[in-house]
Each structure stands twice: as C-alpha cells, then as structure tokens.
Design a binder for this molecule. Structure first.
Ligand code: ADP
Ligand code: MG
Length: 239
C-alpha cells in the first residue's frame, strides 16, 4: 500500500485583509488535506473564512502567509502565467450568485472557459452540448441566462464549471440563493457529476442539510479549523 499524495494541501495558511490600514484577519493558520475524488464541505458561520479559503485554494487570491500545494507542488513557486493556465485547466468555480454572463447565451456561457483550452471547435461544441444534456438544459442552449430560474442558472454554472473536466470544483455556497428543494436537486446533480466525472468537490455552506452531501465536513470558526474528521486520519495509510 502506498500513502497517496493529497490533491490539495494547505500548510499554515493565513489571510489578513488590509482595510483602511487596519488589519482584518480572515484565516489563521489553516492546515488541511483534500484527496482526489473527495466531496468536502466547509461549514461555519458567516465571516468564519469559508469564501476566503475557497478563493485561496482556487488561486483567485494570494495568502498572507503559508502554502498551498497541489500534488506536492507549491503554488507560490508558479508565476502568474503558469498559475492562470493551471487554474483554467484544472479548476471549475461555482458561486452563490451564479456569475453567468448575461449577454451570452446558455451555450456560450458554458463554452466560454473552454476557449482557453486546446480543443478543436467541433470538440468544444460537443463538450458543451454533452454537459447541457447532463444538467438537463439541452433545450435552453440558445436562451439568455436572464430568462432562467435560479435553479436553472445554477445548472448552467455547474455545466460551465465541469465542461473543462477539471480535477477540482470549488463551490461557494452554491445553494444559498435557492429554495430547499432546488438546492437539494443541485447537490444531487453535483454529487452525481463528482461520481461520474471523478472531479474533487469542495463546497461551502452553512446549511447542515446541504453539508450532508459531503464525505467529510470541515468546520471553521473565526478563521480556524475547529473540526476535521480526517485530521488524525491524515497520518494513516490510505488505500
Ligand atoms: N475583501 C475583503 N476585505 C476585507 N475584509 C474581508 C474581505 N473579504 C472577507 N473579509 C473579512 O474576512 C473574514 C472572513 O470572511 P469570509 O471569508 O467572507 O467568510 P465567510 O465566507 O465564511 O462568510 C470576515 O471577517 C470578513 O469581513
Ligand atoms: Mg462566504
């Protein structure tokens, strides 16, 4: 048996924002490991640092101190160009407010991140059509996202995040703007895609019903991890 390398590892990760010269601490030494194929929920009250942590893991922001490793490679050693190429190729993002581009159609929104990948136009169009099929929106391809319900918009965002076949999908409160039933459908879909496509899923929520979809729940309070079931298991041999 070999000890598998975590897909993501953070070491002493800190984030402090500067607000009018005042120091605003958001993360205070986050230590975690996430393994390939896992579904991990980040839970904690508002202001506990969930979004800050997802932004750092997603290389959308830089830490004040500490390290983020992807399969043992330290992201601080990558230059901007390499980092954005890595982000475009390896990660998909889903946000609470969907973040779709209103002037693009549903199809074009899903296609957009694929424009940075080395795909032929035919391959790209087939990939988008396949993803829209998977999320049940094939017949909405030509529509503006403005004309869709919240649940449908989040499905578009999921299709967009997964179309590039990322290793890692990061979702910041993906169900917070949805009613409970729609939120459950969205979590079911993300779980299904995690199982079918093998993408590792890290999502934040403060809803215990939503967190139940995770294999593991990491709890944050005031920028610190207060519970992580695998923290001790991390040192054990994994299959
Ligand atoms: N851009 C920012 N500038 C200043 N302070 C911020 C910024 N983003 C977050 N914070 C602060 O960092 C802390 C953690 O926030 P956040 O990561 O958004 O938590 P959560 O997503 O759990 O609600 C909070 O105290 C918040 O006010
Ligand atoms: Mg947040």
């Amino acid at each position: 048996m070999s000890r598998s390398t975590p897909l993501i590892q953070t070491i002493g990760l800190k984030k402090h924002y500067q607000l009018d010269k005042a120091d605003s601490p958001a993360l205070e030494g986050i230590q975690l490991k996430i393994f390939s194929g896992e579904r991990v929920a980040l839970m904690g009250p508002s202001g506990s640092g969930k979004s800050s942590l997802l932004n750092l893991i997603g290389c959308l922001d830089l830490p004040t101190a500490g390290q983020i490793l992807y399969q043992d490679v330290d992201t601080s050693l990558m230059n901007d160009k390499k980092l954005s190429a890595f982000r475009n190729k390896s990660m998909g993002f889903i946000f609470q407010s969907f973040n779709l581009i209103p002037v693009l159609s549903v199809f074009e929104n899903v296609e957009y991140p694929l424009l940075w990948q080395n795909l032929s136009s035919g391959e790209r169009k087939a990939r988008v059509a396949g993803m829209l099929e998977k999320v049940g929106l094939a017949s909405f391809a030509r529509r503006s996202p403005e004309l869709l319900s919240g649940g449908q918009r989040q499905r578009v965002a999921i299709a967009r995040a997964l179309a590039g076949k990322p290793r890692l999908v990061l979702a910041d409160e993906p169900t917070a703007a949805l009613d409970q039933k729609t939120g459950r459908d969205i979590m079911e879909l993300m779980t299904q895609l995690n199982e079918e496509e093998g993408a590792t899923l890290v999502f934040s929520t403060h809803d215990p019903l939503v967190a139940q979809w995770a294999h593991r729940i990491i709890r944050l309070v005031d920028g610190k991890i207060v519970s992580d079931p695998t923290e001790t298991a991390n040192e054990q041999v994994r299959p």
